[in-house]
Design a protein around this ligand. Sequence first.
Ligand SMILES: Cc1cc2nc3c(=O)[nH]c(=O)nc-3n(C[C@H](O)[C@H](O)[C@H](O)COP(=O)(O)OP(=O)(O)OC[C@H]3O[C@@H](n4cnc5c(N)ncnc54)[C@H](O)[C@@H]3O)c2cc1C
Length: 813
Amino acid sequence: MASLFSALIWLLLFLAALIAIAYKKPDLQTGTIGTGVALAIYTAFGTGPGWWFLLFWIGFAGMVALNFEDFRRSRVTAPLFNIYKTMVPSLSDTEREALEAGTVGWDGELFTGQPNWNNWLSIPAPELTAAEQAFLNGPLEELCENLDDWDITHERGDLPPEIWAYIKEHQFFAMIIPEEYGGLGFSANAVAKVLAKLASRSVVAATTVAVPNSLGPAELLVHYGTDEQKARYLPGLASGEEVPCFALTGPRAGSDAASIPDTGIVCEQEVDGETVTGIRLNWDKRYITLAPVATVIGLAFKMFDPDGLLGDEVDLGITAALIPADTEGVTTGRRHMPMGTPFMNGPTQGKDVFVPLDAIIGGPERAGQGWRMLMEQLSAGRGISLPSEAQGGAQAAVYATGAYARIRKQFNVSISQFEGVGEVIARMAANTYIINSAVAVTCNLISRGENPAVPSAVLKAHCTELGRTVANDAMDIQGGKGIILGPKNYLANTYMSIPISITVEGANILTRSLIIFGQGAIRCHPFVLKEMEAAQNPEYDAGLKQFDHYLFRHIGNTVCNAARSIVLASSHARLTEVPVDGPTRRYYQHINRYSASFAVAADTAMLVLGGSLKFRESLSARLGDVFSSLYLASTVLKHFENQGRPDDDLALVEWACRSLLYQAQEQLHGFLRNFPNRLVAGVLRMIVFPRGRTYSAPSDKLGSEIVELVTHPTQVRERLTSEVYKTVVDNNALGKLQEALELAMHAAPLEKKIREAVKAGIVEGTDLPSQIDSALEAGLLIQEEADQLHHYDTAVMALIHVDDFDPSEFSRS
Ligand SMILES: Cc1cc2nc3c(=O)[nH]c(=O)nc-3n(C[C@H](O)[C@H](O)[C@H](O)COP(=O)(O)OP(=O)(O)OC[C@H]3O[C@@H](n4cnc5c(N)ncnc54)[C@H](O)[C@@H]3O)c2cc1C
């Protein structure tokens, strides 16, 4: 028994030595020497059955052999290369173009399993230019003041003509157009701030402004247009004379947008007595934002050249062109009705529409490059418009709910004091902090010239999803006040519009299941894309050499991550160096830990499931969730640093990081539970969770700290909702709620006095106004105090009241 015990101790010591060597990520040669030394010591001093040692030495001999490059390449790598070539998923042109779009930065670091925090923390904090700030303080404020969401959504079903005119005149449609073409040339951060504030006021206005500043004619022209096209269209788009839309989706092609059946046939036609080579277009598109009022349609179609007018190729592929809406054969004007949010959206058809070849964005040489252009621009754009609209909606919901929960009393106390309500308020606030961080940090990357395809997809899916959670929570807390529609309702329009942001620019289920990990695993992984490229190298020997080079680095990286995962999970992430001290330090360490575990899990999934992982969407989505949690938690930490580490925000930072890392743990657990190869799953579980699932979700205590912060007029509340339109004007409920919250703070001691007097039977009355009068009569309050309380009660009740209508007003006719 004693000898078995001693043998096991020695075996564990030997394995610990191997883990320690792997943790340091040595090169193959150094790793072999280290392993040899450890094995020699183990053999010399350790105890155990002889066959153990024999097996270890055989394994070590194999490792030594790998150090001889020619032997390794011909005997080990070549057979693996041949198998890999048959396994590697074949990529369609459109998939390859989507993969090649964008840049890799921090997302790539997280995929390595060993993120370098100095790279992340050294990125300067975002700043606005003086012109951007002046725009926010001037035209944006004024536009917000003049928006009346009830009038827009329920009376008019459109923005009023004067708002359309104001938007065009002040160049809200021209934020991304460079100044040289008459645009504003704003950074992504500025665009996001404009959209967030508008969304906090009116989703219709925000969406109307978002579309010309997102993927569409202006953006495509700026990046790919010919000089003539830029000169022809950009000044008009900048002045608002031209209104653009971009038409990709149709009845037969939604998420699978690359399958559009719309065609453009190269042909010749007589125009003004001359023969012109052009394209005859036929399309049927739907859901196109701004199409009913557009003057120029960005159109995606499949281009064919059956008569060889341009060359040998018949099927040229997806192409993007600009079609003036008044061209013969074009139909626009009819409107869809998207979830009671009446921004301009509708179908468009084209019947035998003839346009010259120079309608192709970028000219005839860009025929067939439409998909690449769309993917390249979407890879940044996805991180700006919809996430910032979700941000505006979430901030408005938190700002309103924090105040409402304080001024709304039931059972004689503010509803914010009920733990059940408090739990929901804390979740809303922390989720909003996550959205704020993700938007500010990622838009800063875009402003600095990055094109972060995978983080943008994370933001699209998760900010809109978090926005939906925040909107649901706000509705639950505000009860009937949120449900009854009318001019006094400041919540329902945002709530109703949320499914739109979930669906557009890559519906969330698809983005989560197919894009974030599916694209990220290949795009951001330090070796996978290089190995795939090696496998596709037409020259076998060159491909083999490349493959050998990356494969052994890949294996080394995976072994190192496995060791890191075991060590960091066992030490609860304590044994890892991070460049930050203080209360956030532990979150950096836990991100390191989960990054290593994620990297091993991702590598294992790709190795075991190969190309079929693409179809295992539930597994792929869970890995995508782990990655998304790590990315979002990194943005939370970076945002906190960018804001100068305000101590008061720590509760939000901690709640946000804790919940994200907890989700990372749970999604890794779900991945392991469902991994089809149970033996591999068992081994992975030992690597990822050697001590089980030890990470906890945020505590109730942390939640109640947050409730205090957002239900009182604090700096934290202001910072958290910094993009919201809060100005106190008559038609802005958010400003009025803040005013009432401040009145509530002053009224609190007097209210308490009255409550106690009612209990003692000194004061009578069934509601606050009658109790105030009774308290004045009883000499408990002086006149000034009574007036103050009446003023407070009137302000509160004005916000608590909802609308009612005469039955005749219900009739739409
Ligand atoms: C209000 C509004 C405005 C829009 N504006 C524009 C515009 O300006 N221009 C434009 O071109 N388009 C626009 N769209 C189209 C929008 O991008 C599409 O609605 C979107 O691509 C989804 O297509 P679909 O609605 O047909 O859903 P479907 O493609 O039918 O998808 C239905 C569901 O299946 C899921 N799904 C599909 N494939 C997969 C998969 N492989 N794995 C997992 N899940 C999957 C989706 O996530 C979704 O949940 C707009 C849509 C709306 C509603």
